[in-house]
Each structure stands twice: as structure tokens, then as C-alpha cells.
Design a protein around this ligand. Structure first.
Ligand SMILES: [Zn+2]
Length: 283
């Protein structure tokens, strides 16, 4: 499932291809995605140029003068970016095509591919809204702190977790707290900081949170640098599979020796998601 690093990698890859590019047209498969496809908005956008390409939570944001196109990759979405291509062979799981005239005059095609169709395209009209208002429009899962923001610190986590009885792992994965810390990254960061995934968020000390915040940032940045995770369907817009999967220390390693203490890694289920951890190293 695409998580924050995959979305950031996608935004970074799209930026040089479509920043400043002019939208020439679009194509939609007509099959339902998670939200109704904003056909009317895209029709109005023809001829408009991209102002910026960014990310908020797990949304790629393509900014136009009059609003933002927010793309969520859902469970299995990916965006292929083809430069110098006018037409493509349209596959059964290709749902949206956006064609642009690049700033140097050549064609750029973005093709949104999503076998499970949990992804979405949403239009947010500017109409006086600023970038800070986007999260509200996208919903509660996009409203938490950005983990790569300099304001995301151990102290911030400690303060935000006071009074929270919920297990630390589920609290971290709640987009109302922090956005985009998915299952893999939560498991890996809790291992790094030596925190048991079932410990109540309010019972984690400031010292542990001061290890956890930089661990989350380091793991996310490492995954971004390596092109995202290899888990399941994700591949970056350049067609290269991510390589982060090779460096998981606990995720997906049930029964294998802990890299620190050699006890077998355990798997439990929390909120219907598998949690991998070491009961020796994580307290
Ligand atoms: Zn261990």
C-alpha cells in the first residue's frame, strides 16, 4: 500500500515533468474510484498551467491557478509519467490519463493505474482558500502533524499523547495525530525507539518520544531516498520498484531473529493490522 514515502517520491518525480506544464486534456475510464471523479473541474482546467506539485499527508497535490487536484493512491494506485508520448495503450486498470504540454513544448502523459480502485481524484477550488486549508477539505485523516515538518519533535509527541490511553502504534497511525505514518513505518520506528507497540501512548516517556520522533523521520527519509517501499503493488513514476523493503528490521519478519538480540520477531494484530516487534527489545 502506498504510504507517505511513496507519495512523496511520486510528487518529487512529477514535479520536474509537469511543473509549469499546460493541461491539454484528460481521459477517465468511467469506473468508480473512492470519490466521484471531478470531470467538470478538469474540463474547466484545459489550457491551465500547473503552478506547483506538492504533497499533503498521503495526497499528491497538483496546484492550478484556480485550485488543487488532490490525488490519493489508495491501496494499489500508482502514476506513470511518460515524457514525449502522445498516446498510450490503455490498460484495464488505467483509470485516468492527463496529457500536458511541457514547458519545453514536448508532451507529458500521466497515467493513473489502480487495480483495486480505492484511490481518488478530488478537486479543491481555491476560492479564497490557502494551502493550510487543504487538509480540512481532504478530511480528518489529512489533518495531523506532518512527520517531516521541523515542528514534529519528541516533545510535540509527548505533549500530544498526554491522556491518550490508546496503544502507541494505533495512535501513531491515526492521521488525526500524525499523517502518513503507515503500518511498516510505525513498526520499524517503534523497534528503533525500543517502545512496545501495545504500550498506552500516555505511558511513553518523553525520553522515548525523543528517540521515536527522529526514528520516524530517519526511516521515512531513508524510504524516500530509496524510492519508497517494495510492498505489494507500488512502483514509482519512473517504473522502478522501491528498495526500502530490503531494509525492514522487524516488518514481515515473524519468527526470524531480532537484529539486536536474536530473539524471534513476534507478530500480533492491532486494529486489524499486523504488528511486528521484538518482545526483548521493546518495552
Ligand atoms: Zn530484540
Amino acid at each position: 500500500m502506498p504510504e507517505l514515502p511513496e507519495v512523496e517520491v511520486t510528487a518529487q518525480a512529477l514535479r520536474p515533468a509537469i511543473d509549469g506544464a499546460r493541461l491539454k486534456g484528460f481521459r477517465f475510464s468511467g469506473k468508480s474510484l473512492r470519490h466521484p471523479f471531478p470531470k467538470a473541474a478538469l474540463a474547466r482546467l484545459q489550457g491551465a498551467s500547473v503552478v506547483a506539485v506538492g504533497r499533503r499527508a498521503k495526497y499528491v497535490l497538483i496546484e492550478f491557478p484556480i485550485g488543487w487536484l488532490a490525488i490519493h493512491l489508495g491501496m494499489s494506485g500508482s502514476i506513470d509519467c511518460r515524457i514525449g508520448v502522445e498516446t498510450i495503450a490503455w490498460g484495464p486498470h488505467d483509470h485516468v490519463g492527463l496529457s500536458f504540454e511541457g514547458t519545453k513544448g514536448g508532451s507529458v502523459m500521466l497515467v493513473y493505474h489502480d487495480p483495486r480502485r480505492f484511490g481518488s481524484f478530488q478537486w479543491i477550488e481555491k476560492a479564497g482558500l490557502g494551502a493550510a486549508d487543504i487538509a480540512d477539505r481532504l478530511g480528518p485523516g489529512a489533518c495531523g502533524m506532518e512527520p517531516l515538518d521541523p515542528a514534529f519533535t519528541g516533545r510535540w509527541l509527548f505533549d500530544a499523547s498526554r491522556g491518550r490511553k490508546v496503544a502507541i502504534k494505533q495512535w501513531l497511525m491515526d492521521g488525526r495525530t500524525v499523517v502518513g505514518v503507515g503500518n511498516i513505518y510505525a513498526c520499524e520506528a517503534l523497534f528503533d525507539a525500543g517502545i512496545h507497540p501495545r504500550r498506552a501512548a500516555r505511558a511513553v516517556s518523553l525520553k522515548r518520544y525523543e528517540q521515536l520522533a527522529p526514528a520516524i523521520q530517519r526511516i521515512l527519509n531513508q524510504a524516500i531516498a530509496q524510492g519508497g517501499s517494495t510492498i505489494q503493488d507500488f512502483h514509482g513514476p519512473d517504473g522502478q520498484a522501491g528498495r526500502y523493503g530490503q531494509s525492514h528490521r522487524v516488518y514481515g519478519r515473524e519468527g526470524q531473529p531480532c537484529p539486536r538480540c536474536a530473539r524471534p520477531i513476534r507478530r500480533i494484530v492491532q486494529g486489524q493490522r499486523s504488528t511486528f516487534f521484538c518482545h526483548g527489545c521493546q518495552r
